[in-house]
Design a protein around this ligand. Structure first.
Ligand SMILES: Cc1cc2nc3c(=O)[nH]c(=O)nc-3n(C[C@H](O)[C@H](O)[C@H](O)COP(=O)(O)O)c2cc1C
Length: 173
């Protein structure tokens, strides 16, 4: 099952306080391990998740520019933190604060990625959600080829107003 086959609905799910959703991927984003919290919350079985691309959890409300920024950061060898809304198998969703850590092998080469996520605060969601809505609208209006540039421009304008980078903003929300 691919996330585009799932019809999103308005039911929000919540991560229990103190719980973390953890997964690891290879360099291409294929899932190599998941913890029980991810299995329980997403509604996908472990067998459905392992070996599948992480976009199985992709919610259409998250702009392409956010994932482009995340991938540019981690493939450049830096960790990435951000706010993400994920899609469950039944169409419901949950918001997370995700921290993706770069994993290296004994030679120091990139070996994969590990994401640890906790519940996003309501303040963070209410700040970021309208920005993502505006980014998605700009991406859609721009068309596939120019979507990431258009989404990034909306995000940059918002961050300029705050005088912050995305990393600084997520650290202070
Ligand atoms: C370690 C790791 C964890 C990820 N976790 C998620 C996630 O929870 N939800 C999500 O939508 N994308 C996640 N991604 C990003 C996906 O790989 C992908 O870029 C995103 O879903 C957009 O997919 P698309 O370009 O096919 O639309 C993760 C990537 C990595 C490397």
């Amino acid at each position: 099952m691919k996330s585009r086959d799932i019809v999103p609905n308005a039911t929000e799910r919540f991560i229990a306080a103190g719980s973390y959703i953890i997964s690891t991927t290879d360099l291409k984003g294929r899932i190599t391990s998941v913890n029980d919290t991810l299995v329980d919350l997403s509604g996908f079985s472990r067998a459905e998740l392992i070996g599948t691309h992480h976009n199985i959890l992709r919610h259409p409300d998250i702009p392409r520019a956010v994932f482009a920024m995340a991938w540019a950061t981690i493939t450049g060898g830096e960790d990435f933190s951000g706010y993400i809304k994920n899609l469950c198998k039944d169409g419901s969703f949950y918001w997370v604060f995700a921290h993706i850590v770069v994993q290296t092998d004994a030679e120091g080469e990139l070996a994969g990625f590990r994401s640890v996520r906790r519940a996003a605060s309501r303040t963070a969601v209410s700040t970021i959600e309208p920005v993502y809505v505006a980014m998605c609208a700009a991406e859609q209006a721009a068309g596939a080829r120019d979507a990431i540039t258009a989404g990034s421009e909306v995000l940059c304008a918002f961050l300029r107003q705050r005088g912050q980078s995305y990393a600084q903003m997520v650290a202070t929300l």
